[in-house]
Design a protein around this ligand. Structure first.
Ligand SMILES: Cc1cc2nc3c(=O)[nH]c(=O)nc-3n(C[C@H](O)[C@H](O)[C@H](O)COP(=O)(O)OP(=O)(O)OC[C@H]3O[C@@H](n4cnc5c(N)ncnc54)[C@H](O)[C@@H]3O)c2cc1C
Length: 684
């Protein structure tokens, strides 16, 4: 950018993290190791080495630090000027003091007769109407207002976020690195001979009444809120106690429930893209977000894996719950600098979405009731977290110091918190023994998983066969009704946008239709992707979301067939229901669809059951399992998501977004077997 515009905005003054406990230093060492992979130079430092790098810091209470000399500082004014200059150079325009006053959308029907909505035009405060199929919502703290113009919702909250610029400090100079003390939740950035100091408070200030006219303004600093940070600044850099404050910067900024931006196409509204929710990282992330969003708009997919930023990572029901968004955003803000442990669990907003089996599992005293949560996935199964709706919600809020919950006693035993804290380790978490038992049941007997959070979609229509063959990397053409196929859905570069199972079924009139089962965390994105492809290719087919209406009880393990055979007259043998086969049958008098599939590498069956019959089907499975256990000593038990993770990793089965993504082709990701026969047969 500097080369193109001759505007300098980057100062490479380095970055220094200091840690005040052993776990933090362990986290920093992990950062340093990860940095090597990305070619980022960093050095783990002893306390005295920290002092050499930044002589103004107090070091008698630290364990050490990590120093990255290539880190630095972006000057916001210069970088914005550089972007503006560069955009003009390439034919773009910058128009100041013109507001978007409205956005026109239109309804339409796809070739498959599915109803759709798309962007038509933007209305501006100067009276000009701009016809366009594409709008990018990059309005920061005002992004909700833009979304509301088209009846859309996004999980974003505006807050007042602050930092303070100190008077000049003796010994400060522009070569000293920016400092973060994550344990004190503060940063101290170099600004010539001064410091810009800020942090993340436990009690951040929301900005609920966002003022559309508040542009380029600042709020008055609330020292009651910011005071928490000042205590940390003075502890880390004692000279600050005697230093005056030159100015304060308290500005509007947008925050999200997981402290990551909102990017990409808005599900259900064609042409609306988001680039907002920067969680006080917009300067750092803006360049990359802009680059990838351009590719997303032009080609339908970014070139790097941006699922963590994709606005479709949130379930629409969570997005629609203002309380969930607020509480989780509050927690994420307060935990900005918390150590991220491998099994970190959020406290706020738990239990807002639940499986149809939730109450049943809880009443059985099970430790695995499913709490649909962030990303629509179950975050609690497999753990001894069962107090979701017995106060954990409020405890979480109390922990964050929310004024809404002043009556919650602070010094009594909080079982949920104790359980959560048992997970906060880089070592084996407290739940490890439970997960191990679940894994053993899956390998030696039967494990019963509630995977109801999966996305479940039906694709039908006169061109359903052609549409599925086009969508799927695997060869579906010629497959018999009653077959299940694990397949990637690829983008135009061959990258894997989704991996899921497709079951071919036939209705009473002999027409084929298809049942898609997709991972819960990606279900919203996968559905949007399928809808877009159907529409772009003008297929006379449509896809219907039945995720909430169906549950998925997965019965896995070497004795799973015997267990299920005892519940049905339908033949469950290998001949009648081979691997990758499907059939309709009845259990406990309830019709359901059984797929013979496994994601744990065992003999296994998925029971896709209407939600209203889920409890009775589950009870029947449990009773049959109890008999097997009593008579033959076979281990049969409920199991959860961590067991699935462990079991599937043992068998080298892939997880989308972890082991393969939109930037890997099936061949690169080691699932070439899914696409080779189609490639050989059709050449594409
Ligand atoms: C105290 C503080 C410290 C920070 N420190 C850092 C840091 O160290 N590193 C970092 O990377 N980031 C930092 N940030 C965050 C960074 O400033 C933001 O993430 C970034 O500015 C967000 O950019 P944006 O374009 O998304 O939103 P904004 O910069 O807020 O821009 C949104 C624009 O949309 C306009 N708008 C609103 N409604 C309409 C409408 N109807 N029509 C037209 N325009 C409209 C607004 O007027 C505004 O100009 C900090 C922020 C604060 C407040």
């Amino acid at each position: 950018l500097e080369e193109e515009t001759e505007i300098a905005s980057w100062t490479e003054n380095g970055g220094l993290f200091v840690g005040t406990n052993a776990e933090r230093l362990a986290e920093y060492k992990r950062f340093a190791e990860t940095g090597k992979y990305f070619g980022i130079e960093s050095h783990v430092l002893s306390p005295s080495e920290v002092k050499e790098v930044h002589p103004l810091l107090r070091i008698d209470d630290i364990y050490g630090g990590v120093y990255s000399p290539g880190d630095g500082t972006i000057d916001p004014t210069s970088v914005c000027n550089a972007y503006a200059k560069a955009s003009r150079k390439f034919g773009g325009g910058v128009y100041e003091n013109v507001g978007v006053s409205g956005i026109e959308v239109e309804d339409y029907l796809t070739a498959g007769s599915a109803p759709g909505r798309r962007i038509k035009a933007v209305l501006t405060s100067c009276g000009k109407r701009i016809e366009t199929p594409t709008v990018v919502n990059a309005c920061g703290a005002w992004a909700n207002e833009i979304a509301a113009m088209v009846g859309a919702q996004i999980p974003l909250k505006a807050m007042k976020h602050a930092m303070v610029l100190t008077e000049p400090i003796a010994g400060m100079h522009s070569g000293l690195p920016n400092v973060r003390d994550h344990d004190l939740s503060v940063y101290l950035k170099t600004q010539g001979d001064s410091m810009a100091i800020g942090g993340y408070e436990q009690n951040p200030e929301f900005w609920p009444d966002v003022d559309p006219g508040f542009a380029f303004g600042l709020f008055e600093l609330d020292y009651d809120t910011f005071g928490q940070n000042l205590a940390g600044h003075m502890q880390r850099c004692p000279v600050i106690e005697e230093t005056g404050i030159k100015s304060t910067v308290c500005g509007p900024e947008s925050f999200t429930p997981d402290h990551k931006p909102l990017m990409g196409p808005h599900p259900g509204l064609r042409g609306l893209f988001h680039a907002c929710g920067f969680n006080s990282m917009g300067l750092m992330l803006g360049g990359g977000v802009g680059r990838e969003l351009t590719k997303w708009i032009l080609t339908g997919s970014p070139e790097v894996d941006l699922f963590s930023f994709d606005c479709a990572r949130f379930h629409p029901e969570s997005v629609a719950s203002s309380r969930w968004v607020r509480d989780r955003t509050h927690e994420s803000y307060a935990k900005t600098y918390a150590i991220v442990f491998p099994h970190d669990e959020a406290l706020a907003g738990r239990g807002s979405r639940k499986s149809a089996l939730y109450d049943e599992l809880k009443s059985r005293g099970s430790k695995e009731p499913l709490d649909y949560d962030l990303y629509g996935a179950c975050a609690e199964s497999g753990l001894a977290f069962w107090l979701v709706d017995q106060g954990a919600y409020e405890e979480g809020a109390w922990r964050l110091g929310e004024a809404d919950h002043p009556d919650i006693p602070k010094h009594q035993s909080h079982e949920y918190l104790d359980l959560v804290e048992g997970e906060l380790t880089f070592d084996w978490p407290a739940s490890h023994a439970t997960v191990a038992e679940e894994c053993r049941a899956a390998r030696e007997g039967v494990a019963i998983f509630d995977q109801s959070y999966f996305g479940k979609f039906y694709l039908s229509g006169p061109e359903a066969d052609e549409a599925v063959q086009y969508l799927c990397g695997a060869d579906i053409e010629g497959k018999r009704a009653g077959s299940v196929t694990y397949t990637p859905l690829c983008n135009s570069r061959g990258g894997v946008e989704a991996d899921l199972t497709v079951t071919k079924l036939q209705d009473s009139a002999g027409s084929n239709y298809y049942y898609f089962a997709a991972g819960g965390n990606t279900a919203t994105k996968d559905l949007a992707w399928i809808r877009k492809v159907l529409e772009d290719q003008n297929f006379k087919a449509q896809i219907e979301d039945q995720s909430e209406a169906m549950t998925l009880i997965s019965v896995q393990g070497p004795s799973s067939r015997r267990l299920l055979q005892s519940l049905t007259h339908s033949d469950m043998s290998d001949e009648s229901l081979p691997f990758s086969g499907a059939k309709h049958l009845e259990i406990a008098g309830h019709p359901l669809l059984v797929l013979r599939l496994t994601f744990v590498g065992e003999l296994g069956f998925e029971l896709h059951t209407p939600a209203e019959s889920a409890v009775e089907v589950y009870r029947a499975v449990q009773e049959a399992g109890a008999k097997l256990s009593q008579l033959e000593g076979i281990p049969v038990r409920d199991a959860g998501y961590r067991a699935i993770d462990s079991l599937s990793a043992e068998k080298n089965l892939r997880h989308w977004h972890a082991d393969l993504s939109n930037r890997d082709t099936p061949l690169e990701a080691g699932i070439g077997f899914t696409v080779l026969s189609k490639l050989k047969r059709t050449g594409s």
